[in-house]
Design a protein around this ligand. Structure first.
Ligand SMILES: [Zn+2]
Ligand SMILES: [Zn+2]
Length: 368
């Protein structure tokens, strides 16, 4: 890895806002561009791929002033003019990857490429009305009423960070693309999101893995209105598929590049196997319980921000649904009264907010 020379970077109006850009050439002609994000992971890795006729950018950050400033720094350091960007490739619809794509398109005029399945999701999720769908999901899984308004506000704020939205050119699973002077295969590896893809360069064994496989941390696998049922089942299948690629270097969507792809895929599969056992044991000991109650036991300490509440709930429901799919747990619908009787932490009888009164709660119990 080579740190890019930094003679002129001390100036520039973006610097204060963006902090110092640590740009690295992580493979010949491939630069990691960390973009600050208003989320617990703090930074997302975008990549700039240098080609003979221009540059391709992979992933973008949320569209915030800090991200704009960081991109401006990167363009300056790499000598990229607006007309030099040939394409912007977005790996999945999450706001830390997709959010600034529209702004980059306005700035460069480049096409924005994205998997066709993921494009449908992005269109469905990144609009204000989608906030209601999340509220219903949270209520169904026992999230206390007092969190409904703050969670809705958080989601509305995120929608505002995915604006403007780009005109997207859809790409298909298995398609081969020339990006930044290399030939890449588009591999559909769902689970983290339904339409997530990784970019695989077979001649050099180079994988742009985005959030499919991360070092140190486990990618969030969330059930919810943004995913078709049983995302964890799809993710474990994808881990098996990706783990067989003969990779030499993995460039992830967060944190540092790494080499041992197969080993990391095995660790992640093992992590989920253990968590499934943990979830099963919690339900066996306390069921019937809501997902919210299970999340409290699994993640209690870390559910300290609204973002982590969302991640924890989605991740818990993904594990519960996987266990239901396997017949290890069963799910029942209960009115609020029944939920309160079965509940331990939120034994408040009945909803206080009329808009949530009609939502039946889902409770999980041991499979029969
Ligand atoms: Zn993601
Ligand atoms: Zn991400």
């Amino acid at each position: 890895m080579v740190a890019v020379a930094d003679a002129q970077d001390a100036q520039g109006d973006g610097r204060e806002r963006a902090g110092r850009l640590s740009l690295q050439e992580v493979w010949p002609g491939v630069y990691r561009v960390p973009i600050p994000i208003p989320a617990p992971l703090r930074e997302v890795n975008a990549y700039a791929l240098r080609g003979p006729h221009g540059w391709t950018l992979v992933d973008t950050g949320f569209h915030t002033p800090e991200a704009e400033a960081r991109w401006n720094q990167a363009f300056h350091r790499l000598g990229i003019g607006p007309g030099d960007v040939e394409a912007v490739f977005v790996t999945h619809f999450h706001p830390d990857h997709f959010g600034a794509a529209g702004w980059l398109q306005q700035r460069t005029g480049a096409p924005v490429l994205m998997h066709d399945r993921e494009l449908e999701l992005a269109r469905r999720i990144w609009r204000p009305a989608a906030v209601d769908g999340y509220n219903a999901f949270a209520a169904r899984h026992g999230v206390p009423d007092e969190l409904a308004a703050p969670l809705a506000q958080r989601r509305a704020r995120i929608v505002s960070w995915v604006d403007p939205q780009p005109q997207v050119t859809p790409v298909r699973e298995g398609e081969e693309l020339r990006l930044g002077g290399r030939r890449w295969q588009v591999l559909w590896t769902p689970g983290h999101t339904d339409g997530l893809v990784v970019l695989w360069q077979p001649d050099e064994g180079l994988l742009l893995a985005d959030d499919m496989v991360l070092p140190d941390i486990s990618p969030n696998i969330s059930a919810g209105p943004q995913a078709t049922p049983n995302p964890l089942g799809r993710y474990l299948d994808s881990l098996g598929q990706v783990g067989r690629l003969p990779a030499r270097r993995v460039l992830p969507g967060h944190r540092a590049p790494f080499d041992d792809l197969a080993g990391r895929c095995r660790e992640l599969a093992e992590h989920h196997r253990r968590r499934l056992e943990e979830v099963e044991a919690i339900v066996a000991a306390g069921g019937p319980v809501t997902a919210w109650q299970v999340a409290g036991q699994l993640f209690g300490r870390v559910m300290d921000t609204l973002a982590n509440v969302e991640f924890a709930l989605g991740e818990t429901v993904a594990h519960l649904d996987y266990l239901v799919e396997q017949g290890r747990l069963a799910v029942v619908e209960a009115g609020d009264e029944a939920a309160a009787l079965g509940g331990k932490e939120d034994a408040e009888p009945g909803p206080r907010d009329g808009s949530r009164a009609s939502v039946p709660r889902l409770m999980y119990e041991k499979g029969r």
